[in-house]
Design a protein around this ligand. Structure first.
Ligand code: PMP
Length: 350
């Protein structure tokens, strides 16, 4: 007897990156986590939190946090909504703006969760393939009620300039979502489009840029009428009390944030240059990860396995356009120095 709805029974579900026990001592480059700890202010706030308060539900509106985000980016709190990671935000977006049976759209390769969330909600997934090197996207399908553009792209890391994002957004009748999970690592972002166009939503996360993947906080910034509708759809207490306090503290430490981002970006540039010297092909990345491909095509699985056997954990995607390489998070300079040495050694056995 199959109890699940047919589309659920038929799908594989989203497969997150492996989270091995830390005692296994992998160089963990598979989930785009930040290699540096969060701001010391996070430690302080954790020590000061009143454990008795945990009896009480968190603020369902996460108002203090939204006001803080608003001051940081120049938006009123009513144009911001918070979620349990940006995963939650993406889910709220699909459920708010696409009726089951209608269409959502995205380019491929892309973040695989859009498709999975689309299947769960019973919408039609319109996947538009991008041809390598991915820099000339065709028009997005106009009938999409929601179109997702991760910018910088995941899992490859390329980034579309703002002028291109603007022209793509104009071609969609529905809601155009710029998923900026990695935008803090890049020089540009699309927040300015929110003021220009009523159908644009920008989504962000503290998972990567603030080293807080473990606390789960994502947010969306958009025009007030869109955000208002999303509030009706979100779970009432979708951002817990600890998360609200921790993220508020982390946001206050902008100096730490800037240094952290600069360190990751610097390592990314150095690593990219070195890996290319070894013969790996890498499209320039604006995220906290790169997508190296060995010189010969079709070697992604062997590349992944060879790295894994030498304790470097990366991510292989068994998908069109992605089978030549692996996605590799930028770790500390030491992590990446060891990884480069491994990449040099394994080139000999390819
Ligand atoms: N969007 C993209 C493009 C991502 O790569 C990720 C991270 N897996 C997310 C959204 C989700 O991030 P989080 O739920 O940790 O905020």
């Amino acid at each position: 007897m199959i109890y699940a709805r047919p589309p659920i029974a038929a799908m594989k579900g989203y497969v997150p990156g492996a989270q091995p026990d830390p005692s296994q001592k992998y160089i963990k480059l598979n989930s785009n986590e930040n290699p540096y700890p969060p701001s010391p202010r996070v430690k302080e706030i954790l020590q000061r939190l009143n454990y008795d308060d945990l009896r009480i539900y968190p603020d369902p509106l996460a108002l203090e946090l939204r006001e803080k985000l608003g001051r940081l980016y120049g938006f009123p709190a009513n144009q911001i909504i918070c979620g349990n990671g940006s995963d939650d935000i993406l889910n709220i977006i699909i459920r708010t703006f696409a009726q089951p049976g209608e269409a959502i759209g995205f380019y491929e390769p892309t973040f695989p969760l859009y498709r999975v969330q689309g299947v769960i909600h019973g919408v039609q997934n319109l996947a538009v393939p991008l041809a390598d090197p991915f820099d000339r996207p065709p028009a997005p399908p106009a009938q999409a009620k929601v179109f997702f553009l991760p910018n910088p792209n995941s899992p490859v890391g390329f980034m579309y300039p703002l002028s291109l994002v603007r022209s793509l957004a104009r071609q969609v009748q529905g809601v155009f979502v710029v998923d900026e999970a990695y935008a803090e690592f890049s020089p540009e972002n699309a927040l300015g489009l929110v003021g220009e166009m009523e159908n644009v939503i920008v989504t962000r996360t503290v998972s990567k840029s603030y080293s807080l993947a473990g606390v789960r906080l994502g947010y969306a910034i958009g025009s007030e009428p869109l955000i208002r509708e999303m509030f009706k759809v979100k779970d009432p207490f979708n951002v817990n009390r600890l998360t609200q306090a921790v993220v508020a503290a982390a946001l206050e430490d902008q100096d730490y944030f800037r240094k952290n981002i600069a360190a990751v970006a610097e390592t990314r540039e150095w690593f990219t240059a070195e890996a290319r010297t070894l013969g790996y092909r890498i499209i320039p990345s604006q995220g906290n990860f790169v997508f190296p491909r060995p010189p010969e095509k079709g070697r992604g699985v062997r590349f992944f396995q060879s790295l894994f056997d030498r304790k470097v954990l990366t991510r292989f995607y068994d998908e069109e356009g992605l089978r030549d390489g692996v996605r590799m998070t930028i770790g500390t300079p030491e992590d990446m120095r060891i990884t480069l040495q491994v990449m040099k050694d394994i080139l000999k056995i390819f």
